[in-house]
Design a binder for this molecule. Structure first.
Ligand code: UD1
Ligand code: CA
Length: 252
């Protein structure tokens, strides 16, 4: 679908998933009998992604082994988990010199839809923005990054719940970690990241605002499907994702 020779995706998969209460790294927890990260890679592949860089850390060898059947996947190691932006930075060497789109998604979102990634890639190809991200509106946005817009509806930034003002917490449009960056612009924004926030982490969520402040084109498109709100942090969320996947007719 893409006119770019190579469409790279970075999948964040270094976390432990403490709240899952298991020894397995979260991205290997089975959903409908398969490690959840496989569904993410399926969606990326179906959307036209040609190469995946998985950022691994916790039990890296287990994650690598579980993905050994997927030749399009390369691995980079994040030894210290200093945040989602720091995780993407680990892929710098492999992204250097890549001209074109870089999809960035989280490995804990097995309901990522190929159609959504395709839509974002098509918008990237049409408009050549520095960054474009998918959003959705959720009745209960607790725990998620909120999308801040100006009075004209233009994207301004993403604010994490822990850093949000009470007013910002009322926002129901959320970030689901589904981004397409222009490769060189992503590297530029990563260089500027700081960790002066409540969690003292390098947030990937700050990258779109960094680019926007430099007057580069950044778009937040409310195109994600309701099922894409079901990222997995707890056993209950895993069960909810399985119910939704069965309803959507995912292969078991
Ligand atoms: C993140 C987003 C938030 C969004 C939510 C759901 C940031 C700062 N926040 O929050 O806006 O609403 O996802 O999409 O990005 N990971 C690493 N290395 C790290 C930290 C995280 O690889 O150092 C991986 C985790 O394994 C996971 C993914 O990144 O697969 C997301 O991390 P998580 O801690 O779940 O982020 P959230 O707090 O959910
Ligand atoms: Ca998460």
């Amino acid at each position: 679908m893409s006119s770019f020779t190579e469409v790279i995706a970075v999948v964040l998969a270094a976390g432990m998933g403490t709240r899952m209460k298991t020894d397995l790294p979260k991205v290997l927890c089975p959903v409908l009998g398969r490690p959840m990260i496989h569904f993410v890679i399926d969606a990326l592949e179906q959307a036209g992604v040609t190469r995946v860089i998985a950022v691994v850390g916790y039990k890296a060898d287990d994650v690598k082994a579980a993905l050994s059947s997927r030749p399009m996947v390369d691995f980079v190691l994040q030894t210290e988990r200093l945040g989602t932006g720091h995780a993407v930075k680990m892929a710098r060497e492999l992204l250097e010199g890549h001209v074109g789109p870089v999809v960035v998604v989280a490995g804990d979102s097995p309901l990522l839809q190929a159609s959504s990634v395709k839509q974002l890639l098509e918008a990237y190809r049409r408009e050549q923005p520095a960054c474009i991200l998918g959003t959705l509106t959720k009745e209960n946005p607790t725990g998620l990054g909120r999308i801040v817009r100006d009075s004209a509806g233009e994207f301004l930034g993403i604010v994490e719940e822990k850093d949000a003002t009470p007013e910002q917490r009322e926002i129901c449009e959320v970030n689901m970690s589904t981004y397409v960056f222009d490769g060189p612009q992503l590297l530029h924004a990563l260089d500027k990241l700081q960790n002066n926030n409540k969690q003292k982490e390098y947030y990937l969520t700050d990258c779109p605002a960094i680019l926007k402040r430099e007057d580069k084109a950044v778009k937040a498109l409310p195109i994600l499907k309701p099922c894409e709100a079901l990222s997995i942090n707890t056993p209950d969320e895993l069960s909810a994702a399985e119910v939704a996947m069965r309803e959507l007719g995912y292969p078991c």
